[in-house]
Write a protein that binds this ligand. Sequence first.
Ligand SMILES: Cc1ncc(COP(=O)(O)O)c(C=O)c1O
Length: 384
Amino acid sequence: MNQFLEINRTGTYSVKYEESKTLFDSTNVIPMWVADMDIAAPKVIVEAIQKRAQHPIYGYTIYPKEYFGSIVLWMKKRYGLLIQESWVVPANGVVTSINFAIEAYSNIDDSIIVQTPIYPPFMSSVKNHRRKLLENKLLYIDGKYHIDFEDFEEKAKEAKLFLLSSPHNPTGRAWSKEELTNLMEICKKYGVVVVSDEIHADLVYKGHNISFASLGYDRSVVLNSPSKTFNIAGLKTSYAIIPNKKLRFAYQAVQKNAGIESGNPFGIEALIAAYNEGDLWLEELKSHLRGNIDLIKNSLKANRIPIKPIDTEATFLMWLDCKELFGIHKQITDFFYKEAKLGLSDGILFGNGGEGFMRLNFGTSSGVISLAMKQLNEAYARKH
Ligand SMILES: Cc1ncc(COP(=O)(O)O)c(C=O)c1O
């Protein structure tokens, strides 16, 4: 039975659908932007939430031993990574944690490295805290993204912090052990703290993600959540893994100062169910998402659409090089939003290197992907 069929999200106050109307100035655009999926969460999660909801008191909730235990178990069974429960700091969202980490590990005017193009909050969080943004621009060579290590080392000399997206949003790169080790060695040399956002780690298509926590660098923090993997982003339940006591206390102090101490009862139940019982569903999801990648690539090729899909090694987000489609960026966005009626994320939002690109969220049913490709093909045919 195909459990990844189209699902109607009307009436759920979905950001992706509600904000589409203003964002794309239209009610009939297929939303393929913000990173959640149009896919039902696994039954084990739905049942765990339903069970908890039956108890009519939804008061302040502790993070129970089971919560920490399931994170330790997930890291061990999925990644062979041995972490201790005491290293885990529960949090209310990865972007929130990025902001807290910036406060904890840097001061005003300190420099922070990010690798552009990048998920926009990496840049805005740095700027909002009045830190200096150092862009280690990724190298785009023959349709693939690489790290410019020479430039990275130059920037590391003056940086306090490095915000790593691993796997990388929007390019879909799952960094190799060698690449991560090189980054780690440079950060070690200059004493740069690494905050590795691994929210897309479970969605690596070949092999598995290499967590920064496996490299044994004691000035590093890993941020993660079951939110992307199991489509439960609205539950705002995430965590940081911080082996180094000093770094952990510094982070915890900032989070506590913001008044954040207890968790979301439904998020806690969902995380425990996901990490204890979600493995099989995750494998099925990945195979479904691989199918969607093939559908998109095959359709672009068969219809000779001059859009280059970047190899999606991880995530349910595809980075599309549209520079051959039109030379002017505004023509590209107009084509997607007004002609093809597809609400993709505008590449420009991802900073340097985003011009000429669009990001397509393919975390949906294969039916919606086929419809989106049909609209794209028809719009292209009308233009040519
Ligand atoms: C790389 C990355 N980090 C963080 C987030 C958001 O995480 P959260 O909802 O936990 O703040 C996203 C969502 O798109 C993401 O792609």
